[in-house]
Design a protein around this ligand. Structure first.
Ligand SMILES: CC(C)(COP(=O)(O)OP(=O)(O)OC[C@H]1O[C@@H](n2cnc3c(N)ncnc32)[C@H](O)[C@@H]1OP(=O)(O)O)[C@@H](O)C(=O)NCCC(=O)NCCS
Length: 179
């Protein structure tokens, strides 16, 4: 079954007003955004975004494994173009955010926040009571986003990620969900 969330013009208007209020400046949000389940045919575009956004991207095999497995894989489609994706693994009543990605050319417009909100909502609808994630210690933009939606730091995995200087810590975060 397709998971389809159409962000209506009203929602975008509301989001735009909210972002303007938060930032105190004008910010053009897109007229239409679709968040829908990823399909195999999307993979070339998904991998294009993945490679553009991450220094250490997932391989096609890892992405395909998530899509073939039980993970919830969604794409963000903006005016017919796939500009981001989100992957969540469900384990009983736990949701694990494995990947959240917006193409660099589309970052900073509120799209990552909309994708995360949709993932949280979908996890709640599937009866998850908590969402976990890992984020690079140095990933300030992602950490600011997770902080702002109520994720709390619950631990650190030392040397979890590869990094130019060797290894980098992962900050483990969690957010309790309302069912
Ligand atoms: C993390 C990511 C998904 C955020 O998406 P985005 O569309 O750029 O984010 P948004 O425009 O929705 O911004 C949401 C919040 O993120 C934070 N943020 C975004 N860009 C930021 C920046 N350059 N510096 C600091 N904080 C930033 C802010 O808290 C922002 O809220 P605000 O606009 O109200 O201040 C995106 O930057 C990305 O794909 N990064 C590369 C992949 C990645 O690191 N994913 C996370 C893995 S854990």
């Amino acid at each position: 079954m397709w998971f389809l969330l159409r962000i209506s013009a009203t929602t975008i208007d509301e989001a735009q007003t909210l972002v303007r209020a938060l930032k105190g400046g004008a910010l053009a949000l897109p007229p239409s955004l679709l968040i829908r389940e990823m399909r195999h045919i999307d993979l070339p575009y998904v991998m294009g975004n993945e490679n553009a956004a991450y220094d250490y991207p997932w391989t096609l095999n890892i992405m395909r494994g998530s899509l073939n497995g039980a993970d919830a894989c969604d794409v963000l489609e903006l005016e017919g173009r796939i500009i981001g994706h989100c992957v969540v693994k469900m384990i009983l009543d736990e949701a694990h955010l494995l990947n959240l990605c917006v193409h660099p050319a589309q970052q900073g417009q509120g799209l990552g926040r909309l994708a995360l909100d949709a993932a949280l909502k979908k996890a709640s609808q599937r009866s998850a009571t908590v969402m976990f994630l890992e984020v690079r210690d140095s990933n300030q933009s992602a950490r600011a986003l997770y902080d702002s939606v109520g994720f709390n730091e619950i631990g650190v995995r030392r040397g979890y990620y590869p990094a130019p200087s060797g290894r980098e810590d992962a900050v483990v975060m969690a957010k309790h969900l309302k069912i």
